[in-house]
Design a protein around this ligand. Structure first.
Ligand code: SF4
Length: 256
């Protein structure tokens, strides 16, 4: 939905966010997020997956019967409101934005493979014929600008796919972090060099994945985030992650 310029106020955004959340509760995939702890989906029940539905043609309204934990639901709603307020607190003026597409799907061939993705928002950039800015919202905290480079990998892929498959000219990338504790905006220019390097990197990543698949060799790269991975310790049939154990032993990763 794109509201006309002049009507995109904070109050309207919050009201739309609240209405969207009420609508999302009709979808079992979201309702499960705020179900009481320990709630189990009854055996044999199968709901259509989000990805298999066309939201335009098939609005979600499933009588799923999942109970809602009121405390969890209130927290989720607060979190939604908080992120919408964070957007405005960042100084964004949505009335100045001229979106040319919301959530467009982009896809481009790369050798014998293809890369694709959904862009959160594509804005027109004034003064450059067919120039666009690729924008992605993030629900997490803004990273330190010194470590921002790798955060643009996803948007560079979109820029590559957009440049190859449409007549739009990607000129800017923008990441908008909406966690109220540390909101922030990161911006990067797109140049010919960006697109060339992205193509080389994507090819190299695809080659590495294909090679891992063909040789069944999967090299893990443990980081502090492993501390949230349920496979790090022996668990039922799973023997535990050797790479994590080694990284802890050498001190490369600290156990939280
Ligand atoms: S613990 Fe092992 S499997 Fe889990 S994320 Fe880390 S490297 Fe990957």
């Amino acid at each position: 939905m794109v509201l006309p310029q002049g009507t995109r106020s904070r109050e309207t955004a919050v009201a739309l966010g609240e209405a969207a959340w009420a609508e999302m509760l009709n979808d079992p995939n979201y309702a499960l997020v705020v179900a009481p702890d320990g709630y189990q989906v009854p055996e044999g029940v199968l709901w259509p997956s989000r990805s298999s539905r066309d939201p335009e043609a098939d609005p979600v309204n499933i009588d799923h019967g999942i109970p809602v934990d009121p405390v969890k639901a209130a927290e989720m709603l607060d979190s939604i409101r908080g992120r919408l307020h964070a957007y405005y607190d960042l100084g964004a003026n949505p009335d100045e934005v001229q979106p040319v597409a919301i959530e467009p799907h982009v896809e481009a061939p790369l050798g014998e493979y293809a890369v694709h993705g959904y862009i959160d928002r594509l804005d027109s950039v004034q003064g450059i014929e067919k120039g666009v800015r690729i924008l992605d919202y993030k629900s997490g905290k803004a990273p330190d600008k010194r470590f921002a480079g790798p955060k643009f990998a996803q948007l560079r892929l979109y820029a590559y796919a957009l440049g190859k498959s449409t007549d739009w000219v990607p000129v800017k990338l923008m990441l908008v972090y909406l966690n109220p504790q540390r909101p922030g905006v990161l911006v990067e220019d797109v140049t010919e060099e960006t697109l060339r390097k992205t193509e080389v990197e994507l090819r190299s990543n695809i080659d590495a994945i294909v090679n891992s698949y063909e040789t069944n060799t999967w090299v893990a790269n443990p980081t502090v985030l492993c501390n949230w991975c349920e496979f790090r310790f022996p668990n039922g049939e799973y023997p535990g992650c050797e790479a994590y154990a080694k990284a802890v032993e050498t001190g490369a990763v600290k156990v939280r």
